[in-house]
Design a protein around this ligand. Structure first.
Ligand code: ZN
Length: 113
């Protein structure tokens, strides 16, 4: 027989703090190594022009990078090799792909040995 008085200490209410809201930063999405380039202006052939493989072309391109000193400056490369059949031009100043304005197959093709 026990006659303990029921005077156990009540847990002190501590203000009923709600759980703190933990704002987790968004997980960084894995960056695509080759982000899709912005659509080129209408008067260009695009950033990649499909041509005959293994052929030399004269390629005129223009830089469309807002921050580039070469913005809207078109340049003609007299000899561009198409390799597997695609031509891409990279701006030597800003390093971005340049929309291609014109591709002209060299005729005759230069002799490369
Ligand atoms: Zn540029």
């Amino acid at each position: 027989m026990s006659s303990e008085p029921e005077n156990q200490p009540q847990p002190t209410p501590s203000g009923n703090d709600p759980d703190p809201v933990v704002i987790e930063p968004d997980p960084t999405p894995e960056e695509d190594p080759t982000p899709p380039p912005p659509p080129p202006p209408d008067d260009t052939m695009g950033l990649v022009v499909t041509v005959e493989p293994g052929t030399w072309y004269e390629v005129t391109s223009v830089c469309s990078t807002d921050t580039c000193p070469n913005l809207n400056t078109s340049t003609t490369e007299p000899m561009v090799y198409s390799n597997a059949g695609a031509i891409r031009m990279v701006c030597g100043v800003c390093g971005k792909f340049r929309p291609i304005l014109e591709v002209v197959k060299l005729d005759p093709q230069p002799e490369m040995s």
